[in-house]
Design a protein around this ligand. Sequence first.
Ligand code: HEC
Length: 238
Amino acid sequence: MSTIKPPILLLLVLFMFSACQHDIINSPNAVIPDTTIIVTPPVGGGGNSNLASDTVCFNSEILPLYSSYCGSAGCHDISSHREGVILTDYARIMNGIKAKQPNNSAYYTIIGHGMPPRNSPQMTTANLATIKKWIDQGALNTKCTNVCDTTVFTYAGAVQTIISNNCGGCHGAKPGTANVYLGDYASTKAYITANPTIFSNAINYKATTASKNMPQSGKMVACKITQIEKWIKNGFPQ
Ligand code: HEC
């Protein structure tokens, strides 16, 4: 797997034990090429043939997790940047990620160990596995545009994960930011049924106030919006 020689590995391990968490987090950024790699779709045959069929997409899988669970207002967004940490774009997320070295990636290892704060919504083990896989694959700025199966639009089959990954950090625990709670099937259905236009405008980036476009860090990829809309149109299938 890794080409790191044992003595260097030992040094890295010693460094990890000797440095406190904040030293690791604020350590100077290694030079990471910020090249966007378009993957459309990331399945065999299509798009960039150098990439494996299971390439994790930074734009649609990783950024939403960091933005939602770490990048909310008052925490690690552009204007709050608590402890100098901003987690709402690729370059800044890479300040705490070492490609192919998840265990040396402070922004990976800290998840579930102090961050997000204990009373905030937490990422799932599936979320952590996705982040680890992305780091193992080289932590590339992969941008996928057409990566979901829009024939699948049940809550359990698609919508639950989309909402949890993209909205869960702010609306996944009661009462939810702005009193919008989207943490389970019944509550999500009830909110959308009562506020169909507000919800639709929010996810389509058509809200009259920019701050009400959701998620605020950037519009979801089109096929995920389609899956949510089909779910609503078809009567919220479980
Ligand atoms: C990083 C935190 C964050 C994330 C992630 C997030 N929201 Fe929000 N949401 C907010 C905030 C803050 C407001 C209040 C905005 C305002 O009033 O200007 C809000 C308000 C809303 C509203 C009410 C808008 C209105 O006009 O009253 C809806 C609906 C909503 N969010 C849905 C979502 C959905 C759906 C997602 C995921 C696709 C999402 N949000 C992701 C923080 C977030």
